[in-house]
Design a protein around this ligand. Structure first.
Ligand code: AMP
Ligand code: TRP
Length: 334
């Protein structure tokens, strides 16, 4: 089967290890897979502005996300690297899909309720966003992102699964009403890669708050954060998500970065202390981030290259998008 990939992240803060292990790592693997015919990776800036943000620093956030993608290994020879707002067909398709998206499908989504709670906790400015249409229609834009390129595989973290289900419901409804147009979309989820907060291992690592390891953290910041990471009672380095969520999360990070299985790590650390384990993990993370940060610094020092990659990618993306959108127009009788 020919695979067409689409994925994106909101440029709403520094990317962290959860973003990398939960999503970007798979983007890189998929862009090199033999069946992959098309890859589009986006900074979804139109999604980012659905929660309070500062227009003065926003472009810097967009650039930061794009640099993170490239430094992590997104290869512009194989993949298109785009800003969502520069391919206007995304918003047009969103409107067309919204004409067949029942509000009830959107109100049912747990992600929407979480977003409302999140903005409610952001002071007056945040509270002013809580009833906005865009918070509710966010998933319709996400469906449009994916369906615009007829993508059939979307590498994401598991928190995004309800959005993929909605994409398929809307796509199937479109096909039923207007004729077969959109493919079925499969999520691609990394095994064991829901990375939790280092402070509260029952919550996922996120861009807001100081609980995550940013891909741009210095070695000393990484060492400090891992040292302070919440661990559990007991002393054994063993994986048990219920009884030992802190150590289990650190084992997941260690395992996914080092390639060792959790079982091997448990054997390596049998009889050793949490301190020994955390010290070694810190060095694994620092060792992983060093080449990433070096590539990122080189790219950041050369803004012309990023600008060229974006211009070329966005031009190609607009061609694919306008062809697919023309098909949608014909199907809908527009
Ligand atoms: P976000 O940071 O919410 O814009 O998410 C961007 C992508 O990273 C999505 O595919 C998420 O599912 C994924 N992601 C975000 N946080 C985590 C996490 N803590 N663990 C694993 N994946 C994550
Ligand atoms: N909603 C996603 C998130 O918060 C970001 C996103 C927008 C996305 N459009 C997408 C992810 C399309 C995958 C495909 O992480």
């Amino acid at each position: 089967m020919t695979t067409r990939i689409f994925s994106g992240m909101r440029p709403s803060g520094k990317l962290h290890l959860g973003n990398y292990l939960g999503a970007i790592k798979n983007w890189i693997a998929l862009q090199d897979a033999p069946d992959t015919a098309q890859c589009v990776f986006a900074a979804v800036d139109l999604h980012a502005i659905t929660t309070p943000y500062d227009p003065a620093t926003f472009q810097q956030n967009v650039t930061n996300v794009l640099l993170d993608y490239l430094a992590a290994g997104v290869d512009p020879k194989k993949s298109l690297l785009i800003r969502q707002s520069r391919v206007p067909q995304h918003t047009e398709l969103m409107w067309l899909l919204s004409t067949i998206s029942p509000v009830g499908w959107l109100e049912r989504l747990p992600n929407w309720r979480e977003k409302v709670e999140q903005v409610q906790s952001m002071g007056d400015r945040g509270a002013s966003y809580q009833n906005n249409l865009s918070l509710l229609s966010y998933p319709v834009l996400m469906a449009a992102d994916i369906l615009l390129y007829k993508a059939n595989l979307v590498p994401i973290g598991d928190d995004q699964l309800p959005h993929i289900e909605l994409t398929n419901e809307v796509g199937a409804k479109f096909n039923h009403l207007f004729g077969d147009t959109f493919p079925n979309v499969k999520p691609f989820i990394a095994a064991g890669a829901r990375i939790m907060s280092l402070q509260d291992p029952t919550k996922k690592m996120s861009k807001t708050g100081d609980d995550g390891i940013a891909l741009t953290d210095t070695p000393d910041e990484v060492r400090g954060k891992i040292k302070r990471a919440t661990t559990d009672s007991g002393r054994e380095v063993t994986f048990d998500e219920t009884a030992k969520p802190g150590i289990s999360n650190l084992l997941t990070i260690f395992s996914t970065l080092s390639g060792k299985t959790v079982g091997e790590l448990e054997r390596d650390y049998a009889g050793k202390s949490y301190g020994d384990f955390k010290g070694d993990l810190a060095e694994v993370v620092v060792g992983f981030l060093a080449p990433f940060q070096q590539r990122r610094a080189e790219l950041a020092a050369d803004p012309a290259t990023l600008a060229r990659i974006l211009t070329e990618s966005e031009e190609k993306a607009r061609i694919i998008a306008s062809e697919n959108l023309a098909e949608v127009h014909r199907a809908m009788g527009l």
